[in-house]
Design a protein around this ligand. Sequence first.
Ligand code: ZN
Length: 324
Amino acid sequence: MIWHILGAVSLFFNTVKTDKIVSNNSELILTNKTKLVSNKTKIATSSLIFKNKEIFNKLPIKKYEKLALFEPARDTIHKENSSNSLKEYREITASQKIDIITYRIFFNGSIEKHIPKVIAVGNENKYKYEYIAKEGKTLNLGSFKIHKTKTFKGSEDEYVNLINLEIVPKYFKQKNYQYHFNIDSRRSFVNEQTLASFFGAMLEVNYLDISCNGFSHKNGSSKPSRSHINGNNGDFKYLRSDKTLECGPGTSLNISKAPESLDYARQNKWNDALYKFGWKIMLGWTYTVKKTTKQLHHITHKTTNHHHHLHVQNYEPDFKEIKQ
Ligand SMILES: [Zn+2]
C-alpha cells in the first residue's frame, strides 16, 4: 500500500516543495518541530518516530487521503543529528536558547538542569525532560507540572519540587528507545531529579514492564513506609520472565515463593541502570534456582519484607545545575 505525503514547509518559512511517497512499512520521522496534518486537523506533533503503519492504524484517515508534512528546515535537522559526542552536544546545547527549565538526561548517567535567563509565560511551573541518546539524538520526554512542596521533615524554609508520575506518559517509543511503566501505589510523587533518573534508567533498559510500587505522597510523606519521603526512595516489582506488567493487590512477584518466575538477567540490568542514574543502595531478597542461592546486583543481603519488591535509596545522582 502506497501513501502520498505531500508538501514540506519549514518552520522558517523556507518552503521546500517535495512530494514524498512513503510505503506502509517505512519509517516516517517526526522531529519535535514536525506537524503531520490531515484535513487541517493536527494529528501528530512530537519527536516520536512512528512506523507509518502505526500512524495509519491509529488515525481516522482514509486510504489515499493526502497528508501534509510540515517539517523544520534541512539545516535544523542537520544540527540535531550532527552531534556525535557528548562534548560536541554540550557545546551546541549550552548556546541554545530555551524558555523552560530543562532537565537533560545523558545516556552515561549524568543529569543536567538548565535554567534559562527568561522563562516563558506559562512555563513557570513546568520542567521539560530530554534524554540524550548515545547517538547524540535528543528525545523529548515531555514537560510536567511541578508542585513546590515544603520538604517533609525538613527545615522551615526548605522546599522540594514534586511531580506526579500519574501525569507522565506511561508509554514512550522512539526508534530503539522505549519504556512502559505503571504505578501500583497511591504514592505516585517523585521529585524533579528522581524523575530524570527514572527516565534515564528506563531508557537504558528499554523494558515495557516496569511496575512502580510507589515513591511519595503529594505532601512528600510516605505512609506506610517511613523512608520514602520527598520523592527520593522508591519501590519496584521484580521483573517476570514472561514480561507481564501487572497492577493491583497481590500482583508483585514474590521471589522467595516463585523464584523461577524471576527474570534475573533483566532484573540485574534494571538494578544496574537504577544504580547508574543515582540510587546507590538497594534493598531486596536473594533468589534460589536449581538449589543455588544468588544475590541480585547491588543487593548485599536479605531485608525483611523485600521478597516482593526492590527498594532503591541513597539517591546521589551525577547532577549539575547550569544557569544560562
Ligand atoms: Zn521501599
